[in-house]
Design a protein around this ligand. Structure first.
Ligand code: G3I
Length: 508
């Protein structure tokens, strides 16, 4: 992206709107709890870090991380404290991951992945198909061999990170400023290259949410925004798998926050995709622009999070514009406070309306509930049924009806067969097949949730809470899933109030 590209933005003040926030728990006919509209109480009204403040509304706050800076103590201290999502700035791009054809190198990407996940952070994948930062061998190809190389690259990289990354930027920056496709070697392989990339990615890792990512698509009335919007609308209408749109939000190089940014976010979201601000930075870190872009995201339920493109000004690709939230010494800037305040001002939940599973739910139509009302449902005390994820509308499922100890459970379309039928016992076990238990294979963030022969230990005991979460008695952590897709694995994670931790035992 060039300064000229970025300079085509138009800047105005962001209009702030508030909407009622709804979390629809769509369920079957039995438990009263399962029919409730659940609002998760805001436990921390004024969180003191960006990640914690964003988590209060079910969102993340991330940063780009460069592997080469992970030995800088100030950098890692600030990043480790403030953020709960990480994007590899360059290390997961094609030139880094497949420097020679068929020879993959994940050293830098893995370094960042390990650093982040050891600190309980998640990692966004960036990026698989892009006109820039291609390895030399890739640039020497054309036509069908280039198309095949793109497919092989997506398969190779996604296989390595399969099940580990909640989001992938599958295609990056494929549009020109006038709203038509950007001329590139990938575009020369045929106009269908983008949908081929997304279909390949879906097959390679069904658990990852698949994003289209671009810059200069923040202004709703801009031609490029409309070009991308038309593509996403077309993909959704034809069933091409796309789950999210990343708006890079580079308000640098002469560009600034457009007044209609929230309209853009909500318009994309209305197509049925998540939206995210993926590479935010702002010339001289304008406090009004930073708070405005943050509030725009907070006002759109499907805006799942914000990532800034670097930690300190000195780490930025545009360091001369001092565009980030921390100065070169790692001190918080005024823009930091404006973002933190905007995050803390957001309503407490990020309610994604749920889609009920057809076999379990006679279900309801969406309704709003007051943004301050917590669930008043009593915790279930027993019973047999499916465990329904509110966000996904999918059920906790034992893959292939396995009876093997250690089989990890997953989300899957609800069908209510024995491998999705759980009984909550008086001793707090969740049993399946009569003699096997839902079992935590550890108590740390990310610990696998599996089936195991019932043994009466605390890692097989669960609390079904009135706020719609299920917590492990031993760990105190919540059942959690980082995707709504079939096959998404269930894990333990610190309870965050997010919709992906809402599960209910729904009797059949
Ligand atoms: O690592 C080499 C170093 O060994 C060498 O000495 C030096 C000489 O120029 O280059 C270094 O690599 C640079 C790399 O960043 C790491 O610092 C590349 O030249 C430089 O081109 C590369 O720039 C990256 C840029 O993408 C490339 O397009 C930026 O760091 C990175 O922030 C930027 O990120 C992009 C997003 O992926 C997509 N959206 C726009 C965004 C900003 O341009």
């Amino acid at each position: 992206m060039t300064n000229k590209d970025v300079g085509e933005y138009r800047g105005r003040t962001l209009r702030r709107l508030r909407r009622p926030r709804v979390l629809l728990a769509a369920t079957g006919a039995v438990a009263a709890a399962a029919l409730a509209f659940v609002m998760v109480p805001n436990a921390n009204a004024a969180a003191s870090t960006l990640g914690a403040a964003a988590a209060q509304s079910g969102r993340y706050f991330g940063t780009a991380i460069a592997a080469g800076r992970l030995n800088d103590g100030t950098y890692t201290t600030v990043a480790g404290r403030e953020f709960n999502m990480v994007t590899a700035e360059n290390e997961m791009k094609p030139d880094a991951t497949e420097p020679q054809r068929g020879q993959f190198n994940f050293n830098g990407g893995d370094q960042i992945y390990t650093w982040a996940t050891q600190r309980g952070m998640k990692v966004r994948g960036h990026t698989l198909a892009w006109h820039s930062q291609q390895p030399a061998w890739f640039q020497s190809l054309s036509g069908s061999s280039l198309r095949q190389a793109m497919i092989d690259h997506i398969n190779g990289v996604m296989a390595h990170y399969k099940g580990k990354l909640p989001y992938w930027d599958v295609v990056n920056e494929a549009f020109a400023e006038n709203g038509t496709r950007r001329a590139s070697n990938l575009q020369s392989t045929g106009n269908d290259w983008i949908e081929v990339a997304f279909k390949t990615a879906r097959n390679a890792d069904p658990s990852a949410k698949l994003c289209y990512n671009d810059y200069n698509i923040e202004n709703w009335s801009y031609a490029k925004t409309q070009g991308v919007y038309s593509m996403v609308k077309d993909f959704k209408s034809r069933g091409v798998p796309i789950d999210c749109v990343g708006l890079q939000t580079h308000f640098t190089g002469g560009s600034s926050l457009p007044s209609n940014f929230q309209t853009t976010l909500s318009s994309f979201a209305a197509l049925g995709v998540d939206v995210a601000l993926t590479e935010a930075d702002v010339t001289n870190a304008s406090t009004s622009q930073y708070s405005g872009l943050t509030t725009a995201c907070m006002n759109v339920p499907r805006c799942v999070g914000i990532t800034v493109w670097g930690v300190r000004d000195s780490d930025s690709w545009r360091s001369s514009e001092s565009p980030l939230l921390f100065d070169g010494s790692g001190n918080k800037k005024a823009a930091y406070t404006s973002v933190l305040n905007a995050l803390n001002a957001a309503p407490p939940t990020s309610p994604t309306p749920t889609t009920a599973s057809p076999t379990v739910s006679p279900t309801t139509s969406p309704t709003t509930s007051p943004s301050t009302s917590p669930s008043s449902s009593p915790p279930p005390t027993g019973g047999t049924g499916v465990i329904l994820g509110s966000q996904s509308g999918r059920c906790i499922d034992v893959p292939n009806s396995s009876h093997n100890n250690g089989t990890r459970v997953q989300l899957y379309d609800c069908h209510g067969q024995t491998n999705q039928t759980w009984t909550y016992t008086a001793s707090k076990q969740l049993t399946v097949y009569g003699n096997m238990c839902l079992d935590a294979a550890g108590s740390a963030n990310g610990a696998a949730v599996q089936i195991y022969s019932c043994n009466g230990q605390a890692n097989q005991q669960w609390n079904l809470n009135s706020n719609g979460t299920i917590t492990g008695v031993q760990s105190g952590r919540c059942l959690d899933v980082w995707s709504t897709s079939n096959g998404a694995q269930v894990q333990l994670y610190s309870c965050s109030g997010q919709a992906n931790q809402q599960f209910r035992l729904t009797a059949r």
